[in-house]
Ligand binder design. Structure first.
Ligand code: 6PG
Length: 249
């Protein structure tokens, strides 16, 4: 099922997504004990985390922070303290403020981590981690995968016409030529994004309107990577009016 929600402004978009995040996580915990959630960078992805931490417009009663396995859809392969790290931004916005279990928080390795500067080894390690936490030896069936999106339709570090975007077997790959700096990143691939029960796009701004319309019109994922991401149960587009402005129906 694909759902499109259009909000007057970013604040409303963020608080609605944050409340629904609580609902998805608590339902998964009720049904399966633990929730598996993939976080994203970008202003909206981080704003949702901040709303969850501060409780601004969100009621998180009943959510068991200790029982969430937390992953990232991509991260920049830079040193740990670099402000470009999605993991660091998420820690500052939310994870440092709630009682998550550190053993269940799974950042991708930074360039000064256990694999040093070896980005291929760091990517392979993340693939091993996903496999180790899965029922089928490949990757978990995520309850929720949050996605920001660039104006050219990139999601995670999957850019138009890039090798990583065309990947059909590996779950995690290294990107060394990202057109958007920094050039080195680690990213989940479309086949693993598409194992998620829920895929949510968090998109605001007129510069994203063309990509939103292309995805909704069933464009080729090579041209518009966002068009290749779908949840097995739901795909939800959280849009502001500007991002929704090229939709025809
Ligand atoms: O790849 C990156 O370098 C960006 O961080 C990017 O992936 C970001 O998540 C999107 O461009 C959405 O960003 P906004 O949520 O700020 O629109």
């Amino acid at each position: 099922m694909t759902e499109t929600l259009v909000f007057d402004d970013k604040t409303e978009l963020v608080s609605t997504a944050a409340q629904r995040f609580v609902d998805v996580v608590t339902a998964a915990q009720r049904e399966r004990g633990v929730a598996h959630v993939v976080l994203t960078g970008g202003s909206n992805g981080i704003a949702i985390l901040a709303a969850l931490a501060t409780g601004a417009g969100v009621t998180a009663d009943g959510l068991d922070w200790t029982n969430i396995e937390i992953y990232w859809g991509d991260d920049r392969f830079v040193p740990d303290g670099d402000p470009d790290r999605n993991a660091g931004q998420a820690r500052d916005a939310l994870l440092a403020h709630v009682p998550v279990d550190p053993a269940k928080v799974h950042p991708m390795a930074p360039s000064d981590g256990p694999f040093g500067d070896d980005i291929a080894a760091a990517a392979a390690d993340y693939a091993r981690l996903l496999a180790s936490l899965s029922a089928d030896g490949v990757a978990p069936e995520f309850d929720l995968h949050l996605l920001g999106m660039g104006g050219e339709g990139h999601i995670n570090s999957l850019f138009p016409h890039a090798e990583a975007t065309a990947e059909t077997s590996k779950t995690v790959v290294a990107v060394t030529d990202s057109p958007k700096p920094p050039s080195r990143r680690i990213t989940l691939t479309l086949p693993v994004v598409n194992r998620s029960r829920a895929v949510w796009f968090l998109v605001a701004g007129a510069d994203k309107a063309e990509a939103v319309a292309a995805a909704r019109d069933g464009a080729d994922a090579a041209d518009w990577p966002c068009a290749g991401a779908h949840g097995t149960a739901e795909t939800v587009w959280f849009l502001d009016t500007a991002a929704a402005s090229h939709l025809t129906a």
